[in-house]
Design a protein around this ligand. Structure first.
Ligand SMILES: NC(=O)c1ccc[n+]([C@@H]2O[C@H](COP(=O)([O-])OP(=O)(O)OC[C@H]3O[C@@H](n4cnc5c(N)ncnc54)[C@H](O)[C@@H]3O)[C@@H](O)[C@H]2O)c1
Length: 436
């Protein structure tokens, strides 16, 4: 049934959700992987964003127009365009709907993280995988960044024996971190809050590094910096609705969409279609996600994790330490921001740096060389794309490829954290979803 007469051997992909993240996939399909793959359709609630991309595809990649479908025509699109694999890059709260419907229609699915936002949707996805037998990949690009793969290699080789505890601090700066408070992420029902939306990456890394699953989660979360009430309590005034308004001029937290042709074309010019405001005041009303989060997690392996996420730091990056029965490994990384609002933040201008140190017991510490890599997210994006779309599959000795169970394990820590924040109680993962 699903064969293209024009190019029978090329896999046919549809991209659902044509916002900023989608370009990584469309560009790869239209350029590097065009011999083995076809970007056969786009689908979104906003026709202007799809038209913006079609213009860009023509101008930048010399591509022909990709058929664009309204969200209501998703099913018709899959059938008419004979889609093999659906790539889901919509807002988080809608992922489950497209994942499940695509699999029901006989497609495989590649989804952006987080796989979904709550336990009920997670159970529905796992049941659909079981029922349809289709494949679901979750694009955990963070695993592919060479520094993190190197840590996996060291742990897998038993360099520090059995890992008993992990200390993990992630910092989002006032450029990139603030961005989650400007748009749909600021409402927990859209994103699951940062514990799900952002920390799914971090919890996935820990699950993968340890080769284990979370068992019990406890923590506290607070909105302590962003939002009108916090700003007013500090005596600050940020009296504007959106960063593009004239009153926002000079506020380093304000994002002016009109100042960037890409943001203008994708969001400002498209907002009459769906009222999606990409540049809301991070010190305005309507934010119900946390910006300050601390957790402890126990794993089935017996390891314990202490984790914190701060979304208003002067620099962006992370520190992680693994304590094992034969030593300790530390990984430190200073990252660069990729969304710029005000240009004053240190994180936005500081050079990228990363360091892995192994401290064997009774021996001298040693620094471990990290292979160089190009591209976004510490080099993870390009390696992930190659793994997804290259015609020839490479060996996967470190288990980089993530599926539906990895997607579930990683969000369940965050979903449990949200429940712990609400109830003040430790939450067992098994009370949310039963995982093998
Ligand atoms: N892996 C990573 O490092 C990474 C980085 C950025 C974003 N992401 C993920 O990519 C996804 C998209 O993020 P983004 O930054 O591109 O957001 P965005 O707001 O730029 O784009 C989201 C798109 O989804 C569309 N959409 C909303 N509801 C829809 C519906 N019901 N049906 C179809 N389309 C719908 C919007 O119109 C918009 O075009 C998110 O799930 C995010 O977590 C992952």
């Amino acid at each position: 049934m699903k064969k293209s007469s024009a190019a029978p051997s090329r896999k046919r992909y549809a991209l659902v959700g044509t916002g900023s993240r989608s370009l990584m996939f469309s560009q790869a399909l239209l350029t590097t992987y065009r011999e083995s793959a076809v970007l056969a359709a786009l689908c979104d609630v906003n026709p202007r964003r799809m038209a913006y991309y079609n213009n860009l595809f023509r101008a930048d990649f010399g591509a022909e127009e990709v058929p664009a479908y309204a969200a209501a025509d998703f099913e018709a699109m899959v059938k008419k365009e004979k889609i093999d694999t659906v790539i889901v890059t919509t807002i988080d709260r809608t992922h489950h709907d497209y994942i499940i419907r695509a699999m029901e229609l006989g497609c495989d699915v590649i989804t952006e993280k987080p796989m979904t936002t709550d336990a009920e949707k997670c159970r529905a996805i796992l049941a659909a995988v079981e029922r349809t037998g289709r494949s679901l990949r979750v694009t955990f690009n963070y695993r592919y960044a060479p520094a993190r793969t190197k840590v996996k290699e060291l742990l897998q080789a038993g360099t520090i024996g059995e890992v008993k505890s992990v200390h993990f601090e992630w910092l989002l700066d006032t450029c990139h971190g603030a961005d989650y408070f400007r748009r749909w992420h600021r409402d927990k029902k859209n994103s699951g809050g940062l514990m799900v939306h952002k920390s799914t990456h971090h919890f996935d890394l820990v699950n993968w590094w340890l080769g284990s699953s979370p068992e019990t989660v406890f923590g506290f979360g607070n909105l302590g910096f962003y939002g009108r009430i916090n700003a007013e309590a500090r005596g600050e005034t940020h009296r504007y609705v959106r960063g593009t308004s004239p009153e926002a001029k000079g506020d380093p937290f304000a994002l002016d969409l009109s100042g960037d042709p890409n943001l203008k074309g994708l969001y400002l010019d498209a907002e009459k279609e769906d009222a999606y405001l990409r540049d809301q005041n991070v010190f305005g009303d309507g934010i119900n996600i946390e910006d300050t989060m601390n957790l402890v997690v126990r794993y089935r392996s017996g390891a314990q994790l202490s984790y914190s996420l701060t979304a208003y730091s002067p620099w962006e990056g992370y520190r992680i330490a693994f304590n094992g029965t034969k030593g300790r490994i530390e990984l430190d990384e200073l990252e660069k921001s990729y969304i710029s609002a005000g240009s004053g933040a240190i994180g936005a201008s500081a050079a990228h740096s990363q360091k892995i140190t192994v401290f064997p017991q009774w021996e001298k510490p040693r620094e471990v060389a990290i292979p160089k890599a190009e591209g976004g997210h510490g080099g993870g994006d390009l390696l992930l794309l190659d793994d997804l779309f290259a015609a020839e599959k490479k060996a996967d000795p470190f288990g980089l490829r993530a599926g539906h169970l990895d997607g579930a394990r990683s969000i369940l820590t965050g979903i449990a954290a949200n429940k712990a924040f609400e109830t003040g109680l430790p939450i067992c993962i098994n009370s949310l979803v039963t995982l093998p």
